[in-house]
Design a protein around this ligand. Sequence first.
Ligand code: ATP
Ligand code: MG
Length: 183
Amino acid sequence: MRLHSIKLSGFKSFADPTHFQLPGQLVGVVGPNGCGKSNIMDAVRWVLGESKASELRGESMQDVIFNGSGNRKPAGRASVELVFDNTDARAGGQWNQFSEIAVKRVLTRDGTSSYFINNQPVRRRDVQDVFLGTGLGPRAYAIIGQGTISRIIESRPEELRLFLEEAAGVSKYKERRRETENR
Ligand code: ATP
Ligand code: MG
């Protein structure tokens, strides 16, 4: 699976609809301090289901919604869509039949969070199912943030095992077994 496009609107500093294309295998994002580079990665982890505001450098989840600037009113909602090329058919679950998978999350100021896959309303766990075992997830190893390397090196054996299970592709089976046992 390859992420080839990110569409943001009302998310953090991206007040206006903004569309990033990621055409190649290697894309660099450059700009002055505070221009929004890290906000793009926050957006990716947010769509993938991050539910802890502090992981997105905020105090509450509503902090991801554009909160206004000198001459701009705050936005009423934040929306981010990630479009993946799935021609290698690595996605999990029923969505694997599609060569393109668009995952979207929307949050309104009243706290309503909704997820969509290819414009159909889905649950957060449906989004997680698509990516389990691919290494991509809000806290999986496909996204290496500042401090992640040292976090891995210093992690306890049980935490390290979670990374290895994701890389080996067994995490999705463990998740399914956990669900079955909880039924
Ligand atoms: P650096 O080079 O210092 O790492 P950066 O390009 O990664 O900078 P970010 O951390 O992505 O910058 O962006 C920070 C900016 O985003 C700040 O100016 C902050 O005010 C703005 N910002 C964060 N959340 C919101 C929000 N909800 N509404 C409006 N602006 C926001
Ligand atoms: Mg940054």
